[in-house]
Each structure stands twice: as structure tokens, then as C-alpha cells.
Design a protein around this ligand. Structure first.
Ligand SMILES: [Zn+2]
Length: 107
């Protein structure tokens, strides 16, 4: 698989991951980079910030600026649409996991 295609594939996982955390306590760029690193994704700010902006522009996230230690930090929370997409992604994930992990037959 080309690097571009595998990158696109994993970006889908990352978007779902972002929605998951944004539907909970909310996320900010650097916190997200650290969180995703714990899951084995090494992402630069040059990848994460455009993703957050895209998802905000698409109406999935809502950004809110807060002052943190003299700096303005943007926190992202899932919107109603974002939660709807997350719920849909959960159903599809459950099905996908059941099939792909239970039956690796086509390897
Ligand atoms: Zn996580």
C-alpha cells in the first residue's frame, strides 16, 4: 500500500478518535498529539491542526478559545452533528471489528 493511501486510511481512524474525545471532555491540539502518541500515532501539529480546522468547518466540532497561562488555547467539542456521526461510526466500527478481527480469512 502506498504511503499516501495508508495515511488516508489512518486519518479516518484519527478523525473518529478525535470525535470520541471531543464528545467527552473536549480536546486541544497539543493534548491530542500526546493522546494519539499513546495509541501509537506520531502526528505533527502540521497534521493535527488542519484536521481540527477541517472538522470544525464541516460542523463536526465547535472551537472555543480559553486563556491558559497567558496564552489563548482552543478547545474543541463535538457538535450535535459530530455526535451523530460518532454514533454512526461506532455502529460501523463494531461491525468492522467483528468481521476483521474474528475472521482474518482473506489475509
Ligand atoms: Zn484516545
Amino acid at each position: 500500500m502506498s504511503e499516501r493511501v495508508s495515511r488516508e486510511l489512518f486519518l479516518g481512524f484519527i478523525r473518529v478518535h478525535i470525535l470520541h474525545h471531543a464528545a467527552g471532555e473536549g480536546v486541544f491540539g497539543l493534548g491530542l498529539i500526546e493522546e494519539l502518541a499513546r495509541h501509537g500515532y506520531r502526528l505533527s501539529p502540521g497534521t493535527v491542526y488542519p484536521l481540527l480546522h477541517d472538522m470544525t468547518a464541516a460542523g463536526l466540532l465547535h472551537a472555543e478559545g480559553r486563556q491558559v497561562g497567558g496564552r489563548r488555547r482552543y478547545y474543541y467539542r463535538a457538535t450535535v452533528d459530530g455526535r451523530r456521526v460518532l454514533a454512526e461510526a461506532r455502529d460501523k466500527l463494531r461491525e468492522l471489528v467483528a468481521e476483521v478481527l474474528a475472521d482474518p480469512g482473506c489475509e
